[in-house]
Ligand binder design. Structure first.
Ligand SMILES: Cc1cc2nc3c(=O)[nH]c(=O)nc-3n(C[C@H](O)[C@H](O)[C@H](O)COP(=O)(O)OP(=O)(O)OC[C@H]3O[C@@H](n4cnc5c(N)ncnc54)[C@H](O)[C@@H]3O)c2cc1C
Length: 558
């Protein structure tokens, strides 16, 4: 059975499905080849790994996906329109089958040629990239993808799996076994029981029971297009794809360097969890961290950068050059220069049973998924920095009451003035200063929170089921195993902060001093929140990425 469910994006129809002019078609044709198609001909199957872009010169194409109940038509491409979305740029598997529904002519452009076109033709690049991004947004909204997640709102791991897919901007269908009607027939077909959740089904074929993020990434094929070969020495390997790493990747790739990014989780880093970044240049109405990350990621890929997802760097071999970086599964990648952009990891609370409530009442992000869970209820936010402030303002719209617990005497010293004002003006937010959590209680889910007032030592017990921990982060440098000089707090020293003793210890053999942002290892740079003395802002992280690349060019010429 074929259902027609057009993507609901009417206001931007002409940007999502643009019609190329004859002149533009001629420019596309220079990068591809024209061929005839027959009615009913399948040009490309859903799940194909290598596939081209199709531009309709005459006739019509249909994009279709297979679901449990039959086929679903996503859209029809007519004369002057083209197939494809972000996976085509990434080199990831196709989400839909493309089929001719009328006889006609198409221009077929292979992916490598498409990347060439995107890099050289600014007008067509804008048209294609905008359409690809908007199509992906629509697919995410609709849950129109090649992955089904079967989970439970009571399973903390379900929340993590959904966060992983969302932060990688990968569309998926979610079925909650507690609230959605999932037919026994489907459960039997996949041989799934309630004990298996979360279950991830890729392309209707592979069934993963309670998988790790790396297993999900492998199953979807996130890293299939990346060439990992020890004999391939990259100009630059960037570890971490937060704003700093993504900034460096965009500049490196756009300036012709051979660049590989390694990201332990998903692009965006800490910024990816922000519901609204309002102080980043050029976005006067703000932008979600997720959107900024997806755009930056696509921009880097457009210029040819490659990215390994859900696999962390575990070791830097620093004794010889080229440097080797080991990743989770034991593979090594080789690099002439390295950029360390691993940022910072969320700090927990010094409470013994904290981990047992992770995802079951204790959260480190405030995204729509967590907000949905605490709709109409009271929540506590721990922390007095900007991330805590943003979370409070965001959650105040969804929760009944937001209590901010701040250890110090106020917010003024740790939070931007505009956020302090919004909090003061919001009657749903209550700020409790000199307070901290001393105990968490509950059976399967958090039920009560014990808070202590530091000034009088008095304890209060709040009947609250949701706590958001927003207490900052520590630098992600343990994996470096002292390969580079660190400061007393574990941040990486760079440029003028590196002492002569540090250089001696590192056996620095160059006449020159380390460049700005260069570590005590020549050709290894550190940028963003992982660097000692950093500013902890998206703009400064991105800026440091661009500065580091200027020095990478100098080192590559040495
Ligand atoms: C909720 C929130 C809201 C914020 N809002 C704002 C704002 O409005 N404006 C603003 O300017 N700043 C804001 N910030 C601060 C800003 O997000 C950070 O300063 C910025 O993200 C730092 O970027 P980064 O790339 O250096 O590090 P991160 O963002 O921390 O990214 C580091 C990346 O490296 C990866 N990684 C770590 N270890 C490894 C490893 N071994 N191998 C591979 N990958 C690894 C991580 O998974 C992560 O993706 C906010 C922060 C938070 C948490």
């Amino acid at each position: 059975m074929t259902a027609s469910v057009p993507l609901s994006i009417a206001p931007r129809e002409e940007q999502v499905f643009p019609v190329l002019t004859p002149t533009q078609l001629a420019r596309v044709e220079a990068h591809g080849k024209r061929r005839a198609v027959q009615r009913g001909e399948v040009l490309m199957e859903a799940g194909a790994q290598h596939y081209p872009l199709f531009v309709v010169v005459a006739g019509a194409l249909e994009a279709v996906r297979n679901t449990c109940t039959g086929e679903e038509v996503a859209t029809t491409h007519r004369q002057g329109q083209f197939s494809g979305e972000l996976n085509l740029v990434s080199g990831r598997r196709s989400l839909a089958t493309i089929r001719a529904i009328e006889p006609g002519d198409v221009i077929q452009v292979e992916r490598e040629s498409l990347l060439g076109l995107l890099q050289t033709d600014a007008e067509l690049s804008e048209i294609f990239m905008r359409a690809f991004i908007l199509r992906r947004v629509a697919l995410l909204d609709r849950g129109f993808g090649d992955v089904v997640v079967l989970g439970s709102q009571f399973s903390p791991r379900t929340l993590q799996v959904r966060e992983f897919l969302s932060r990688n901007a990968h569309p998926y269908t979610y079925l909650d076994l507690d609230t959605d009607e999932v037919s026994q027939e489907s459960l039997d077909r996949w041989k799934i029981s309630a004990d298996d959740v979360p279950v991830v089904i890729c392309r209707g074929e592979a069934v993963l029971r309670n998988p790790t993020n790396a297993e999900i990434a492998d199953c979807i094929g996130f890293n299939e297009a990346v060439d990992i070969d020890e004999s391939h020495i990259r100009d630059v390997v960037i570890v971490g794809a937060g704003p700093a790493g993504l900034g460096a990747a965009v500049y490196a790739a756009s300036e012709g360097l051979d660049v590989l990014m390694i990201e332990a989780n998903a692009p965006g880093g800490q910024a990816g969890s922000s519901m609204r970044i309002e102080n980043y240049l050029g976005f006067p109405s703000g932008i979600t961290g997720q959107e900024l990350a997806t755009r930056a990621f696509s921009q880097a890929e457009k210029f040819g950068a490659q990215m390994i997802i859900a696999k962390g760097a575990t070791r830097l071999t620093c004794e010889r050059r080229p440097y080797a970086i080991e990743i989770d599964n034991g593979t090594r990648v080789m690099a002439r220069t390295v950029i360390l952009a691993t940022g910072a990891e969320y700090r927990g609370l010094p409470i013994e049973n904290l981990a047992s409530f992770n995802g079951a009442g204790v959260y480190y992000l405030a995204t729509p998924m967590e907000a949905q869970m605490c709709k109409g209820e009271d929540v506590i936010i721990v922390g007095g920095g900007n991330s805590a402030g943003q979370a409070a303002v965001y959650l105040a719209d969804k929760a009944r009451r937001v209590i901010m617990l701040v250890r110090s005497g106020g917010l003024a010293e740790t939070m931007s003035r505009y956020l302090v004002r919004r909090i003061e003006d919001n009657p749903a937010i209550e700020v409790r200063t000199n307070c901290q959590i001393v105990a968490l209680e509950g059976a399967k889910h958090l039920e009560n929170v014990r808070c202590r007032n530091k000034t009088d030592g008095a304890d209060t017990i709040e009947n609250i089921r949701h706590v958001f921990v927003m207490t900052g982060a520590v630098p992600a440098t343990k994996w470096l195993d002292n390969c580079v000089a660190l400061d007393d707090h574990g941040f990486i020293k760079t440029g003028p902060d590196i002492s002569p003793e540090d250089l001696n210890t590192a056996r620095w053999s160059f006449k020159r001093q380390p460049h700005l942002l260069e570590t005590s290892l020549p050709g290894v740079f550190a940028i963003g929140d992982v660097r000692g003395g950093n500013i902890k802002r998206v703009a400064s992280a991105v800026g440091e990425g661009s500065i580091a690349i200027a020095f990478v060019h100098q080192v590559l010429r040495e």
